[in-house]
Design a protein around this ligand. Structure first.
Ligand SMILES: Cc1ncc(COP(=O)(O)O)c(C=O)c1O
Length: 378
């Protein structure tokens, strides 16, 4: 190993470099908000909502205070509630299921596809009962799900298809952007996402005029006109400063995603053929926004590999080690080991390597070389 490579360190994410590169743009956008002093919703949020709706290719974007709330509002506005079932994935960030619980419905988990780790449409079909009200797939790690069969199922059974696109800003399915295919698409702008705010933020996008109107109302204490609260609402408004920052960053999203794709391709090229390593794949180049670059390692290797990588200055992570139905919060649902074999296998063996637009060639080479070296002793 060359001495230069030996001294490298590769963080899991490098927001500082990204923010520094566009500092002039966001400082002036923030200045404009403070001059106007419209800190809740206001013109900056309205500008971002219009720009993001156009970017995704839908009529409406409703800016809210997190991705979790976006999912909750989408389910609420689809009249999903107590007694209803929502078919979803067990392998995701837990918010997908939180939102189902918040509206009083019951999550029903089905197994995932072994290549994409996204919901398997055939298993979704088998899980539909007379109580099913919605299907809630997640575009995991940034790769769009196979939505056509899911939409067909939704149409055939009168269900609502809601996309959890929290990790897939800009990814496409058959030419259309993630979030624009189901009745609603939900996004998170958590700072580490491909499009991230300077704090908490999220959005729902939709072509449905009535649902959009209802969600605009719901997020603002369900006010339909000042002091007229038409149902039990939320304080879920997006902040003006977040709207301003997101509007600036949206202009860079395609370039950042292109850099992620290049970096993912380079890393895959360097890691290709490494014994004991299963690399991520993309159904088509634009289907994956590479929010995360997730490999599968052999059983029992992950903890040692994480440790050895950390010793070499490479920060890796695990997304996610425990399936949602096996979390203590959801033990009461009664899922047992062996019921979701593919997802269980992925959860046991997945490991996320650093992936972001600002990775340098040298850092990518160092990550690949470190993984290969460390695996030899794991
Ligand atoms: C798949 C998925 N769904 C929902 C969320 C929730 O978003 P937030 O953290 O903005 O509430 C996230 C983000 O962490 C996510 O990755």
């Amino acid at each position: 190993m060359s001495p230069t490579l030996n001294t490298l360190s590769v963080p899991f994410l490098d927001l500082k470099t990204q923010n520094q590169a566009i500092k002039a743009e966001w400082t002036s956008a923030i200045d404009a908000v403070t001059s106007e002093s419209q800190f809740i919703l206001g013109p900056a949020v309205a500008r971002f909502e219009a720009a993001f709706a156009e970017y995704v290719g839908v009529k409406h974007c409703i800016g809210v205070n997190s991705g979790t709330t976006a999912l909750q509002l989408a389910l609420h506005a689809s009249d999903v509630g107590p007694g209803d079932e929502v078919v979803t994935t067990p392998h995701t960030w837990i918010s997908t299921t939180w939102a189902i619980s918040y509206v009083g419905a019951r999550p029903v988990y089905v197994d995932v596809d072994p290549k994409t780790y996204n919901l398997d449409p055939q298993l979704v079909a088998q899980a539909i009962t007379p109580r099913t009200k919605a299907i809630l797939p997640v575009h995991l790690y940034g790769q769009t799900c196979d939505l056509k069969p899911l939409q067909e199922l939704a149409d055939r059974h009168g269900l609502t298809l809601i996309e959890d696109a929290a990790q897939a800003h800009g990814a496409r399915y058959q030419g259309r952007r993630a979030g624009s295919i189901g009745r609603m698409g939900c996004f998170s702008f958590y700072p580490g996402k491909n499009l991230g705010a300077f704090g908490e933020a999220g959005a729902v996008v939709t072509d449905d005029d009535a649902a959009a109107r209802r969600m605009r109302c719901l997020r603002d204490h369900a006010q339909d006109g000042r002091h007229n609260h038409v149902e039990v609402g939320y304080n879920a408004r997006m902040e003006g400063l977040q709207g301003a920052v997101l509007d600036v960053k949206l202009r860079h999203l395609d370039a950042w995603n292109a850099a992620r794709r290049r970096n993912a391709a380079r890393l895959s090229e360097l890691l290709d053929g490494t014994p004991g390593l299963q690399l991520p794949t993309a159904a088509s180049p634009d289907a994956h926004a590479w929010h995360l670059y997730v490999v599968l390692v052999e059983d029992g290797v992950r903890e040692g590999l994480l440790q050895r990588l950390a010793e070499r200055g490479v920060a890796a992570g695990v997304h996610y080690p425990t399936l949602v139905p096996f979390q203590p919060a959801y033990e009461h649902l009664g899922y047992r080991p062996g019921q979701l074999p593919v997802a269980e296998d992925v959860a046991r063996r997945c490991l996320s390597l650093p992936m972001y637009p600002e990775l340098t060639d040298m850092q990518i080479e160092y990550v690949a070389e470190s993984v290969k070296e460390c695996l030899k002793t794991c």
